[in-house]
Design a protein around this ligand. Structure first.
Ligand code: AKB
Length: 324
């Protein structure tokens, strides 16, 4: 059983709160748990952060003493550790990617055991899969031999999560996110970033040059679905969580050409050209679609957004933000 019981005194620390997932997860957690019970931290300087983000602390997650001080001083009971270097950026500095992704996770896991944190969330990714994984409906227990340093760090991190659960009883939960599409936080250095960038060009009336070829099908998800999945997983009864590495999670699978077509149904003059770069090889190493039946079975996962609904929601919200 988890060692500290959260009743009314849940105090959540979000690490990487200014990133693509953190931006929206922070809002959702605060709505659910009360604004002041959810503490935002990020490596960004305070001045770059909007006032609504408070309570906020600038934190380099690799500074273990600073992290521990926050956990102790703020009486933290749950941690969402979202800070990471993503797949494409990781390839330009593998040592940094490994250091940040792996050592930050190990600090969070160690400090969570030491300070009896009741629940930890840490994101994994479809990047744990590699060229030898099954391409269509890639299974939960499939081959995980990734070809990027980001993927290697996620595959190893999953095993560490399972180890801390089995050895110390730490209730750490994880999801293998697909490419996430959102209109608030910008993605930072991933292979699936094209599926966000394309919208920003479309609403400005600009053409877009895609860094993947038109036929590259990848697993994707609208951010609202990803946030719902995260909250659902974290709320699920302890006994129901059977996967202690990370759950496969799926919603959409589409190619750049299919996304282009859907955007053009609402902006007919929009045009896309294709100039694949080094990210093509990363995308080619990942599955095109994911089998998430374990998540559906264990905690009732079901996505809400299909491609059409996601494209409409993205464009409508970006138009509103552009007009402000
Ligand atoms: C990336 O492209 O690196 C991320 C991911 C799939 O984890 N979006």
């Amino acid at each position: 059983m988890p060692s500290k019981i959260d009743m009314n005194n849940t105090k959540i620390l979000v690490i990487g709160a200014c990133g693509q997932i953190g931006t929206e997860l922070l809002v959702a957690l605060r709505k659910r748990n009360g604004h002041d019970n959810v503490i935002a931290t990020d490596i960004h300087y305070r001045e770059n952060v909007s006032p609504e983000i408070a309570p906020y602390y600038k934190l380099d997650v690799l500074n273990t003493d600073a992290l521990e001080a926050l956990i102790v001083d703020l009486e933290i009971t749950q941690i969402y550790h979202l800070a990471a270097v993503l797949s494409a950026k990781g390839e330009s500095n593998p040592t940094l990617a490994w250091d940040l992704n792996m050592n930050s996770l190990l600090s969070v896991l160690d400090l969570s055991v030491k300070h009896k944190i009741s629940k930890v969330f840490w994101p994994s990714s479809i990047a744990v899969f590699g060229p030898d994984s099954v391409k269509e409906n890639c299974p939960q227990q499939g081959v995980t031999e990734p070809s990027t340093v980001y993927g290697i760090s996620k595959a190893a991190g999953e095993q560490w999560c399972k180890y801390y659960f089995e050895k110390y009883g730490l209730d750490v939960r994880s999801l293998r996110y697909p490419g996430l599409i959102s209109y608030t936080g910008a993605p930072g250095g991933g292979t699936t970033d094209y599926a966000v960038d394309i919208f920003h060009h479309a609403i400005k009336g600009e053409s877009y040059t895609c860094f993947l070829n038109e036929q590259t099908a990848l697993p994707m998800m609208f951010m609202q679905d990803a946030i719902n999945a995260t909250l659902q997983l974290m709320d699920a009864p302890y006994k129901g969580i059977k996967v202690r590495t990370a759950y496969n999670l799926s919603a959409l699978s589409f190619t750049p050409e299919e996304l282009e077509k859907e955007i053009k149904s609402l902006i007919p003059e929009f045009s896309v050209s294709y100039a694949p770069d080094f990210r093509q090889a990363i995308a080619d190493s990942w599955p095109a679609s994911i089998d998430d039946s374990a998540a559906r079975r264990d905690w009732g996962w079901k996505p809400s957004y299909n491609l059409k609904a996601m494209v409409r929601e993205m464009l409508e919200n970006l138009w509103v933000l552009q007009a402000e």
